[in-house]
Design a protein around this ligand. Sequence first.
Ligand code: BG6
Length: 512
Amino acid sequence: MPNNMKSNDKPDSCVIVIFGASGDLTKRKLIPSLYHLHLTGQLPEHFAVLGVSRTEMSDDDFRARALEFAKKDEHYSDETWSEFAPMLHYHAGDSTKGADYGPLKERITRVAKDHRVGENRLYYLSMAPQLYEPTIVQLGNNDMVTEGKAWCSINRESRPWQRIVVEKPFGQDPESAAHLNRVLGRVFEEESIYRIDHYLGKDTVQNLLVFRFANAIFEPIWNRNYIDHVQVTAIETVGVEGRGGYYDSPSGGAMRDMIQSHLLQVMGVVAMEPPVSMTADDIRVQKTQVLKAARIPKAGDVQNIAVRGQYGPGQINGKGVPGYREEKGVDPDSQTDTYAAMAVYLDTWRWQGVPFYLRSGKALAKKLTEIVIYFKPTPHTLFRESRKALTPNQIVINVQPNEGIRLRFEGQVPGTKMNIKSVVMDFDYAQQFQAKPAEAYATLLHDAMRGDQSLYKHRDEIEQAWKVVQPVLDYWKENPQDDLPNYAAGTWGPSSSDVMMARDNRHWHNPV
Ligand code: BG6
């Protein structure tokens, strides 16, 4: 069945044309992920990659750049790499210039012919975001998209196809995101546009759909009657590490870089209504509904529902690290948020009054992505003689590392006295399935080649997510904060974030 999440369709033969191929993402993630698909027999029957960038490079140079990262695959072998590497090619050219398209088209045709691929093309924009628009326009002007441009013209049964994967950042505010969607829409059908969010490709995030909708016991309690609040955390120990120039730009900062994209998506999966089927359309409609229900903060509320932070010098894993403002490419008076937290309220029947607290930051105490569902306390306290106040139940979904799900509940310590203690029921992914989670990019590239958009974002989701965070960004811009930097690298972030939670009589889940 086409366009269906996790169906067993084999990907179609195609050429992946990566624009911005000399960049980091290509060598660190894209090529190693494709190599992994090769190792696991999941590449299409006929397949090739053509990397395109302005930098002059030979095919061999291009292959050599990715090899270092491909070698990190636990199943790497020289033999399989030598089978895979000949599928990689490189072409030097400027995708924003019409004049460069003659030679580029010829090269694509030659590569396709040599690998007996036919005419399917997956264009991948992995370049600086200001180059997206001119590249998309040139793809249209140069007839690189032969499928029609009206909604009725895509017949999934009649190939060939041309699809486009667009990396983040997708816009830097609601207007620029809507503009980019229009630019894409003039050249590609929505069914051919794959807006990537690698968090949706993480196994544990997908498992959340299974957890919620393949089990009968969780859904009845998945609502405001039983759930007190939800926390979504995605924090890292690394700072900006040389990427200061990008991060300190109008596209940077934790609110834009992480919360607008990854965390709101994860929230969407936690909060969505059951879709009527597991097709991309049905799943994405439900996630979009969640984002549409998110209350748009008013300027006067921002101080109560959002917190920004910036790291100063500190210690991470026993090593001294410089403060953000000392990083290369960063303005010494920068107001950029390297930490952001926000409470999101969903105005729906299911979630009325249940806050979703989202937080993300760099140079923090731990690399951790988790979702914590905090349940309400029991309605009546029966165990008064126990020395301990009862802890409400929690479900902790560990997205990374140590992928798994833990249920925390109260248990009686063996003995003659009433003694209650919190205990944990633990499902560990690696232990249970004896397998490591797949690299998100491998899953997502495989899906794009199969024509499955379930784990890609619809244009409405992106535009709506921008609307949710924009009032906070506007308020922050208009009201510079004079206590930045306000947390030391290697800690759990600014104290103002704990104060925000304390105001609501709650606290962050900071696992040691
Ligand atoms: C990217 C952000 O989208 O996600 C980076 O731009 C961040 O700033 C990265 O470091 C985190 O991804 P992961 O998969 O390591 O949690």
